[in-house]
Ligand binder design. Structure first.
Ligand SMILES: *Cc1c(COP(=O)(O)O)cnc(C)c1O
Length: 387
C-alpha cells in the first residue's frame, strides 16, 4: 500500500513536543536550585510527552537522575539504552525485586519486608540492590511514618549487606498552595527530625516542582523536577517562568452548513441558533480529549478561536467555524498550543474539564502519535538527539 501521508499523521491527530522547551525548563530549575542535583521525573510516559526522548533531553540538559513510577517504566528506559540512575518512586509490588536488581534501578522502600525481598534478590543475582528510603511526613500515601517504623526498617538495612541505602526522600502534599505555607513547613520539620536517625552521606531530597521555586530550605541534596519541566506552573498564579512543550493538533475531516434549529452530536444538546458552518475534527475522548470540555471548550484554527459544539464523541468533535470563512477541510486545528496570537494551555482545558494541567497533558492516548521538534524543526529521530 502506498501511503500519501507520513505514518505519524495517518490518524489525523498528533502531538508536537518541543524538546527545546524541555531543555530550557530544566535549565530554569537548575538556576532556581544551583547547588543541587536534579532528578527529572519522567513517569507516566513523561507526563504524556514520551519517556525516552524526554529522558535523553533532560539528561543532556544537566539532569543527574530520572524518576519513574514503576519498574516497568524503568525497564523501558533501560531498553532504550539509558544508563543514568533511575529511582522508582512508587511502591514495589512483591515479586519484582529481581527486576529491580537486574535493571540496576533504585527502589523506594519503606518496610522491612521490602529490604528482605531485595536482599534475597541481590544474593540470588550476585549484585547489589540500591534503595532510597521513603519517609511519609504528611502526604499519607507511601513511606515510613514516625520513629519506630524508621528504626525497624533501618535495623533490617543494617542486617542486609547487599542492600545499599543511597538516599532518603519525602513528598509534599501542599507545596503548590500559594496562600498557606504551614503544612509544607510542618512536613519539613518532620523530615529534619527523621533525618537525624539516618546515616550521613546519603542523597536527601524533598522538593517537587513547586517547592523548587518556592522553598529554598527544601532543596536538600537533590530536587525532583516534574510539571515545570513540561512547562506548567503548579501554583496556578504565574510564579514560575517556564514554557509548555506540548502542542496537540488534529485535522478537519468535514465542513458543512446547517440551518438554524438543527442539532449537532449525541443527545442533541446543541441546537444551531443561526445558519452555522460546522467543521468536524478527528479527535475525541478516546484520544484523551476530555468529554467534560463539552459546552465549554474551544480550539484554534486560522489563528482564531472556534467553540466546540455538541457533545465530544469518542473519535471526533464538531466546532463552529461560521466566523472563520477561510478555514477549509483537511486543515489542522490546534487543540492545545499556540496559533498566531491565540493560545490554549493545559490550564485552560483543565478549567473546562474541572481538573488540573497534569491530567490534561497525561491524557493523550497512545494512538495519538508524538512528533518531536527541536526549536522550530521537526526531528525524525528524537532518541539520543542533542539540542
Ligand atoms: C510526580 C512526583 C514528583 C513530581 O511532582 P511535580 O509536582 O510534577 O513536580 C515528585 N516526587 C514524587 C514522589 C512524585 O510522585
Amino acid at each position: 500500500m502506498i501511503r500519501t501521508l507520513p505514518e505519524s499523521l495517518l490518524r489525523g491527530c498528533w502531538l508536537e513536543i518541543d524538546l527545546s522547551a524541555i531543555r530550557d525548563n530544566v535549565v530554569s530549575a537548575k538556576t532556581a536550585a544551583p547547588e543541587q542535583k536534579i532528578m527529572a521525573i519522567v513517569k507516566a510516559n513523561a507526563y504524556g510527552h514520551g519517556d525516552v526522548p524526554v529522558a535523553f533531553q533532560a539528561l543532556d540538559a544537566g539532569a543527574d537522575m530520572l524518576g519513574v513510577s514503576g519498574v516497568d517504566e524503568g525497564e523501558n528506559l533501560r531498553r532504550a539504552g539509558i544508563d543514568a540512575p533511575i529511582l522508582v518512586l512508587g511502591g514495589m509490588p512483591f515479586g519484582l525485586e529481581d527486576d529491580v536488581v537486574r535493571l540496576s534501578l533504585t527502589q523506594a522502600v519503606y518496610t522491612p519486608e521490602h529490604i528482605r525481598l531485595l536482599e534475597a534478590a541481590a544474593e540470588r543475582l550476585g549484585a547489589d540492590a540500591y534503595v532510597h528510603l521513603k519517609l511519609d511526613t504528611g502526604m499519607g500515601r507511601i513511606g515510613v511514618r514516625g520513629r519506630e517504623e524508621l528504626q525497624s526498617v533501618m535495623r533490617e538495612i543494617e542486617k542486609s549487606p547487599r542492600v545499599k541505602l543511597t538516599g532518603a526522600f519525602t513528598h509534599f502534599a501542599d507545596s503548590d498552595n500559594p496562600k498557606d505555607d504551614s503544612y509544607t513547613k510542618m512536613q519539613l520539620s518532620r523530615l529534619k527530625d527523621m533525618l537525624s536517625f539516618l546515616p550521613d552521606g546519603i542523597t536527601v531530597h524533598a522538593a517537587n516542582s513547586a517547592a523548587i521555586y518556592r522553598y529554598n530550605e527544601a532543596h536538600m541534596d537533590m530536587v525532583r523536577l516534574g510539571i515545570t519541566m513540561y512547562g506548567y506552573d503548579p501554583t496556578g498564579v504565574g510564579l514560575i517562568d517556564v514554557r509548555p512543550a506540548m502542542e496537540w493538533k488534529a485535522l478537519i475531516t468535514h465542513i458543512k452548513e446547517i440551518d438554524a434549529g438543527e442539532a449537532v452530536s449525541y443527545g442533541c444538546i446543541f441546537r444551531a441558533g443561526r445558519k452555522t458552518r460546522v467543521a468536524t475534527v478527528c479527535c475525541g475522548y478516546a484520544d484523551g480529549y476530555h468529554r467534560l470540555a463539552t459546552g465549554k471548550g474551544s480550539v484554534l484554527v486560522c489563528g482564531k478561536r472556534a467553540p466546540i459544539i455538541g457533545r465530544i464523541c469518542m473519535d471526533q468533535m464538531m466546532i463552529d467555524v461560521t466566523d472563520i470563512p477561510e478555514c477549509a477541510c483537511n486543515q489542522a486545528v490546534t487543540l492545545l498550543g499556540r496559533d498566531g496570537n491565540e493560545a490554549i494551555t493545559a490550564d485552560d482545558i483543565a478549567g473546562w474539564a474541572e481538573t488540573i494541567s497534569y491530567e490534561i497533558i497525561c491524557a493523550p492516548s497512545l494512538r495519538v502519535k508524538r512528533l518531536y521538534r527541536i526549536g522550530g524543526r521537526l526531528v525524525e529521530n528524537p532518541f539520543k538527539c542533542q539540542g
